[in-house]
Design a protein around this ligand. Sequence first.
Ligand code: CTP
Length: 401
Amino acid sequence: MSRVVLGVGGGIAAYKCADLLRKLVEAGHDVTVVPTASALRFVGAPTWAALSRHPVAADVWTEVDEVPHVRLGRRADLLVVAPATADLLARAAHGLADDLLTNTLLTARCPVLFAPAMHTEMWAHPATVANVATLRARGSVVLEPASGRLTGADTGKGRLAEPVEIAQLAELLLRRPSALPFDLAGRHVVVSAGGTREPLDPVRFLGNASSGKQGYAVAAVAAARGARVTLAAANVELPDPAGVDVVRVGTAAELRDAVRKAAEDADAVVMAAAVADFRPVDPALHKIKKSDSGPPTILLEQTPDVLAELVATRRDGQVLVGFAAETGDTGATVLEHGRAKLARKGADLLVVNAVGPGRAFGQADNAGVLLGADGSEQVVEFGPKAVLAAAIWDAVAARLV
Ligand code: CTP
């Protein structure tokens, strides 16, 4: 069981962190909540105590004999600060220690994950920008806020990342404390996710079971590592990863347009989407009815292979990654199929998943083997999709010039 300290800052998004706490506890972690005094004005101590099943540690003057700020920081495997307000980021960046949370930040030697939330102007202010840069340079992970509706009537960048995403990245850091270096700053990366749908008629389509979870994890990890991320999402019902530019697409043709356009200045493209290989040549304009002549014959044509096109038009130094969901058969194993596909497609890396009932599609966990065009082979054991995502970015970062 891992020990997590959840530091809660004084912002209205504190209420969403009750859900984050719940997710961390449900994942089996021992979570101690350290709210700031102003956080407690938004959400009271009983909520944190009930959900964490621990008394809330809020000030340095309680249980002084146990020196709580030293004990909490030293024993923690991970510190998550959410919502990280502008004030909290400033105090952390400057090493101030005027309450239990900031004291704990100074005594902790574990990874620290900040999930900021504030108004757009505060996030964009040079003081906050400098504080975030300081924290990142020091090795802390500072997520980008999400864009969307803020507390008032206004919208913009400044919303807290979704609790599910923060929990996912927290889990990643617990398993691999060095999984989120700020090494993709200044890079533009493109990720495709989900499954395309090819219309048969106005109400029916040929689709597949991809949930988009793996591609979304790839995008979220890239953003946490500092990349500018464009995510082409085909029919995905997941919240947008924070700080990621999401382009929604439906068909293989739309996905191809979105990916090719974004790839023009991209340093890397990861094709995690399950793209239809075939589509109806002539989708019906009206709903296809049952008729006396029996079921219709639907003529299919092959869709363009987006990954192969990217390979053919790649910019100098661009790293291209494909996914291959494979089942073994009598002719070849899963990995043999993967090797053959990597060679056929000409990508730099191919992530091979074994698929079948209950595996990969729609699940939170995944396993994979990263095959490199250089002959390398890296096994990523079954685990959260963010762990596989981090392994992909390690392999991509090593190939970026
Ligand atoms: N892909 C693509 N465009 C397509 C089909 C697939 O870019 N029209 C990409 C997928 O996003 C994935 C990789 O190619 O990264 C492998 O997809 P897969 O469907 O397994 O490959 P195929 O070439 O279609 O191989 P198979 O013969 O196994 O169907």
